[in-house]
Design a protein around this ligand. Sequence first.
Ligand SMILES: [Fe+2]
Ligand SMILES: [Fe+2]
Length: 178
Amino acid sequence: MELKIYRCRICGETYLGYEAPENCPFCGAHKEFLQAPELYDRSIDSVAITEVERADLEASIELERSNTRFYLGMAQRRDNDTLRSTYKRLAKIEMEHCELFCRLAGVSLPEDLSEPGETTGSWATDIEESLRRENRASALYATFAERATNERLKEVWAAVSAVEADHITLDELAKQYL
Ligand SMILES: [Fe+2]
Ligand SMILES: [Fe+2]
């Protein structure tokens, strides 16, 4: 087996490994988006956007900002290391989504993106809150993908919608570690 370079078509990050993983370790995009690096063109994210797409990108940035901060808040709790580590990883994935949406919108990152936010106060209620957030994100991005006219934006919103649907499964799994 030989070490290979894979480039994620959704977030643009590079994965080094023997085989493509099932999901991009950075943004969670599914395996089909992990490609040979020569197929990736950074200019893919320089898109001309409509007013509706701009508003939807702004809503996406705000959603990812809020979810990143919520998960960073969860990851500050010290009484369950499995859950702390899991939600720290989730915060990093949502941060990657936020960076991607900012790049597509041509705006800078929210200043408070890496500051832990308020949580509901316990693992059990935070996981319920996370389920609410992930359901909302997955549905919203499916709507944005549907109404976008730009092909790249359609692709990104559909891919990230699928990632947020995976996070619903992750929350259900996390309950086993309470
Ligand atoms: Fe990715
Ligand atoms: Fe998510």
